[in-house]
Design a protein around this ligand. Structure first.
Ligand SMILES: C[S@@+](CC[C@H](N)C(=O)[O-])C[C@H]1O[C@@H](n2cnc3c(N)ncnc32)[C@H](O)[C@@H]1O
Length: 219
């Protein structure tokens, strides 16, 4: 059953504010800072479009949000934001310079690598993935775990597994992401994957790339 937090964007935003507290905007702005000026941005699984509302509104980018939740799409459009209905299980993402996915990859476990490849195919220049690695769904307390699973259920094929930092790092490195950093007090991991000037993809072997961590890794 779809969680009540997906019933309306304001309910979703409230849940995210309670979860991230003082780090709420920091998380969004850390991702927004990685988006180049002038880029066409595809925000996939955009939810309440918080990336645009709190990170990109004053930046010169062309933003399009994608999500399968029709309530979120109608709400965003009424407020003048470009948002399209798209189900990532079945559809390809329209090409964009910069493809972003925040806090959503876990929903596609165990078929998340196929989804990651969709993001990579759609990105002309850069893919940014931001994902929580500290999750209430991994709490040692069974009742907290259960509440977190129920609240994060976005519908179809929802998995109970959540990425640990180690799992996410290995996955992203195996797909050619080379700048990885913890943000929002260590709650999220953000990673970037760029094509080179000729549009080629980087080598997938992590040993061929310089691996850094911490906020400086993303500059
Ligand atoms: C946890 S929210 C993340 C929202 C936002 N990116 C953020 O970081 O706050 C996950 C979003 O993914 C959307 N979603 C779930 N499955 C999807 C699918 N198959 N295709 C497109 N969107 C999907 C949900 O509707 C929800 O808005």
């Amino acid at each position: 059953m779809i969680s009540p937090i997906y019933w309306h964007p304001y309910v979703y935003e409230l849940a995210m504010r309670l979860l991230y507290r003082a780090r709420y905007r920091e998380r969004i702005q850390a991702v927004a800072a990685l988006i180049p000026e002038g880029a066409r941005v595809a925000d996939v699984c955009a939810g309440d479009c918080s990336l645009y509302r709190y990170g990109l509104r004053d930046k010169s980018v062309t933003y399009t949000a994608y999500d399968r939740n029709p309530v979120f799409v109608r709400w965003a459009r009424r407020r003048g934001m470009a948002m399209e209905r798209l189900d990532l299980w079945d559809q390809e993402i329209p090409a964009a310079d910069c493809v972003v996915m925040m806090g959503s990859l876990y929903q596609f476990i165990p078929r998340h690598t196929g989804i990651l490849d969709k993001l990579i195919r759609a990105a002309r220049r850069r893919v940014i993935v931001n994902e929580p690695v500290m999750n209430l769904a991994q709490s040692p307390h069974a009742w907290i775990r259960r509440a977190a699973w129920l609240l994060s259920d976005a519908g179809r094929e929802s998995s109970r597994h959540r990425f640990t930092e180690g799992e996410l790092r290995s996955l992203l490195e195996s797909r050619g992401f080379c700048s990885l950093a913890l943000i929002a007090g260590g709650r999220d991991l953000v990673a970037v994957r760029d094509r080179d000037r000729e549009g080629r993809l980087p080598a997938a072997n992590p040993r061929e790339r310089r691996q850094k961590s911490g906020p400086d890794a993303l500059r």
